[in-house]
Design a protein around this ligand. Structure first.
Ligand code: GDD
Ligand code: MN
Length: 387
């Protein structure tokens, strides 16, 4: 719908199978946004009849109601929100759940605070002033939510200063203040992603998290795991996620050797089995969590596996004699030699994986390979990790 006045506020609603909530949501948003030139954008990934219901409601709504139906569900809720930012007519983008757990009646309050013009984001918080979280399904979810919030705030003491509810899905943001290209939306916590990537000016207003109007929550253990991976990635970047996975591998390696030898397996055989098992496990985790974004452009999965597998075996084979050499000729203690070779191996492994295993398929001729190499390495080491 083309209108004479510019849209002041774009209200983005991510939906996944929310058919019974659409009409009520549009009704309450329309009533609440009275006096604000607003539009509603549904970014929908539903597998039920939600899109039909949205079209039907849109036809008789007094606000412009737009629908973007995605078939991919890329990035889940967070991906839908980012897509909404791109589609919005206004720079002021308000994000609200489609199940009415975020009362639309609070929209004018958020908008008024935003209109003061001194902040980039206004967050509706369950944990400030008169805010409450009573709509969370049960005590466990309240506890999980509180613990996750505390952990998150502890991990980003600077960027989340003054933010009591970085996990809320109800906020108003000036899209010009965020760098959409750096966002890695994955699952539910899109606000955290925005806040952690860039310093923005924030204000909070309290709100009461209500019960669902209808339907079921899409929160799951899987979302919880996504969240933990997101935290690690945001905080430590790709290289550290790589290190965490490597460390995990070392622990598993030791556990396997211990388990097998206590079952009477010869220690050399146990060591080989443990090494191969961790190399494979490591590869699977790297694929899933660290180099997820580079897989598509890289060579095929089996080729990547072959490269990674070969490298890790070669590394193990080379590291032992190098260690022996260090001990024998440089008279370094075994412990120091082990530590030294492990640290060097870690960096070499990281470099090899980001630049060789996950190298883009089309290798174009570079004017200065060395320079390209250094730039790539720098970018990989510093770039935020993926989940
Ligand atoms: N487009 C799209 N794609 N929307 C989704 C997806 C998806 O994959 N998954 C969930 N949604 C939509 C739901 O349809 C709903 O409108 C909204 O996102 C929130 O999902 P719920 O399933 O209602 O989640 P919740 O109530 O557990 O979580 C809410 O509270 C959290 C705080 O505890 C959300 O607001 C979260 O953003 C918030 O962090
Ligand atoms: Mn909900």
């Amino acid at each position: 719908m083309r209108r004479l006045t510019a849209v002041q506020l774009s209200i983005i609603v991510p939906t996944f199978n929310e058919a019974p909530n659409v009409a009520e949501l549009v009704r309450r948003v329309t009533a609440a946004a009275d006096g604000i030139d607003a539009e509603i954008i549904f970014v929908d990934d539903s597998t039920d009849d939600t899109p039909d219901v949205i079209r039907e409601v849109a036809a008789s709504a007094s606000l412009p109601v737009r629908l973007m139906h995605r078939s991919s569900r890329a990035g889940g809720l967070g991906g839908a929100v980012v897509e909404g930012f791109a589609l919005a007519e206004a720079d002021a983008c308000l994000v609200i759940d489609g199940d009415l757990q975020h009362p639309p009646e609070e929209i004018p309050l958020l908008y008024a605070r935003f209109a003061q013009g001194d902040v980039d984001i206004v967050i509706a918080s369950r944990y400030v002033g008169g805010g409450t979280a009573t709509g969370l399904a049960d005590r466990t979810r309240v506890l999980v939510s509180k613990a996750a919030t505390a952990l998150t705030r502890a991990m980003f003491p600077g960027r989340l200063r003054g933010v009591t509810d970085p996990m809320t899905g109800f906020f108003l943001v000036d899209r010009r203040a965020i760098d959409a290209a750096t966002l890695r939306p994955r699952g539910f916590k899109i606000l955290l992603e925005i806040l952690a990537r860039k310093t923005v000016r924030v204000a909070e207003v309290p709100f009461a998290f209500a019960d669902r109007h209808a339907g079921e929550s899409k929160a799951s253990l899987r979302q919880g795991l996504h969240f933990l991976a997101q935290l690690t990635a945001l905080r430590f970047g790709k290289m550290s996620l790589f290190a965490v996975i490597g460390g995990l591998g070392a622990v598993v390696n030791i556990a396997i050797v211990w388990g097998l030898t206590s079952l009477g397996v010869d220690y050399i055989v146990a060591a080989v089995i443990a090494a191969e098992a961790t190399i494979i496990g490591n590869f699977v985790l790297l694929e899933r969590f660290v180099f997820h974004d580079m897989r598509e452009a890289a060579s095929g999965g089996w080729l990547r596996f072959a490269k990674s597998f070969t490298f890790n075996n070669a590394e193990a084979l080379i590291r032992i004699p190098v260690m022996a050499l260090l001990v024998e000729s440089w008279h370094i203690s075994v412990v120091v030699a082990t530590a030294l070779t492990l640290v060097v191996a870690f960096f070499v492994r990281f470099v090899f994986h980001s630049l060789v295993v996950y190298a883009p398929r089309r290798a174009d001729a570079e004017p200065s390979r060395m320079r390209h190499f250094v730039e790539e390495l720098d970018e990989q080491a510093m770039s935020p990790g993926e989940l």
